[in-house]
Design a protein around this ligand. Structure first.
Ligand SMILES: [Zn+2]
Length: 345
């Protein structure tokens, strides 16, 4: 009995592996395991064994049945795979190859910094606002207390448009400060606003100068606003970018649209004794700012006797460079994937 069962198992598995189609496999299955199949016929012989032999033979018969069932299942699977591969071979596809990753985009380093700051300032009650990149001469200069003959205009290397608008000459905005005027005219006071965006200058390009770069303007106008409020906002911004508080200092600075004006410097986040980034001084010039000039408030239709405010500007491109250790601003707008792929989403 034992020999016959073992032979059935061996021959059965061989027959399964030789079946080349689903129909052939089914025939083999019926022949082996069907109601009138070979295994059933053998099992009928169990009754003729002695009571002592029967348990071992029954156990073996069960094992043979399971082995044959498993062989048939596996045969069915490999036939189905082969059939699928056959179907797909015509369309040039190999279903057994591993899948390939879908490329996914990342966030540009400037946008990453801008988004974080937008979240931070939104949480402090600021509106995020933007203005047009083609700006009127009035908004870009005059309303910000920079009249035609003002020397500050020369430092802006403005790109002028050939056609004039209905309200005077047009230029590509040289800073995000015109959004101060636009936001004040739209919302009035009290107001807290930040304005991130692209600005343009006709600069000779090098590692620190680019014709297109990003700034973020901040403006708060209310009653009783002073320098401490400005310092708090600027320090919050730096903490947002660098993830920790930096030591800062204020120096007097001149910007036509603020009075008094300041330069905010921060301790170099990269060194203790001077490095290339801080040019050996351990301080980095980071943000100009100051109290809003009365002329700017008047341009926006506000009474400087009632309202005061502060404004600050931030080089977003420069912040991103400092944060990520990028040494050449020209990478920022290069569109070069070798650069961009280093900033995954
Ligand atoms: Zn340094």
């Amino acid at each position: 009995m034992r020999d016959r069962l073992e032979a059935l198992c061996r021959d059965g598995i061989a027959a399964v592996s030789e079946a080349k189609s689903a129909d052939a496999l089914q025939e083999v299955e019926i022949h082996l395991l069907g109601r009138n199949g070979a295994l059933t016929a053998l099992l009928k012989g169990l009754g003729k064994l002695s009571a002592a032999e029967r348990p071992a033979a029954g156990k073996l018969a069960n094992e043979v049945k399971q082995a044959l069932q498993q062989a048939v299942e596996e045969g069915r699977c490999s036939l189905a795979q082969a059939e699928l591969a056959q179907d797909l071979s015509g369309v040039g596809m190999d279903p057994t190859l591993p899948g390939s990753d879908l490329p996914s985009g990342g966030v540009h380093p400037v946008m990453a910094v801008a988004r974080e700051l937008e979240d931070l300032f939104s949480s402090m009650g600021y509106v995020v606002w933007d203005g047009p990149e083609i700006e009127t001469e009035a908004h870009n200069f005059d309303d910000l207390n920079i009249p035609t003959d003002h020397p500050a205009r020369e430092s802006h290397d403005t790109i002028w448009m050939q056609d004039h608008g209905t309200s005077g000459r047009l230029c590509l905005r040289t800073h995000t400060s015109p959004v101060q005027i636009r936001a004040l005219q739209k919302f009035g006071a009290p107001l807290r606003v930040i304005a991130p965006g692209r600005v343009f200058r006709q600069e000779a390009q090098d590692a620190t100068h680019e014709h297109t770069f990003h700034q973020m303007e901040g403006l708060v106008v209310d009653k009783g606003i002073g320098v401490p409020h400005m310092l708090h906002a600027m320090n919050s911004m730096l903490e947002g970018v660098f993830g920790r508080q930096l030591e800062t200092r204020l120096r007097p600075g001149f910007f036509p649209f603020v009075e008094p004006g300041f330069e905010l410097d921060a301790r170099c986040p990269f060194c203790k004794e001077g490095c290339k980034v801080c040019k050996g001084s351990t301080w980095i010039e980071l943000m100009p700012g100051g109290l809003v000039h009365p002329h700017v408030l008047l341009s926006a239709g506000l009474d400087p006797q009632v309202y005061s405010g502060f404004a600050f500007g931030l080089g977003l491109s420069r912040m991103a460079m400092l944060r990520y250790g990028i040494h050449d601003i020209r990478w920022m707008m290069s569109g070069d994937l070798r650069f961009l792929e280093q900033f995954p989403a």
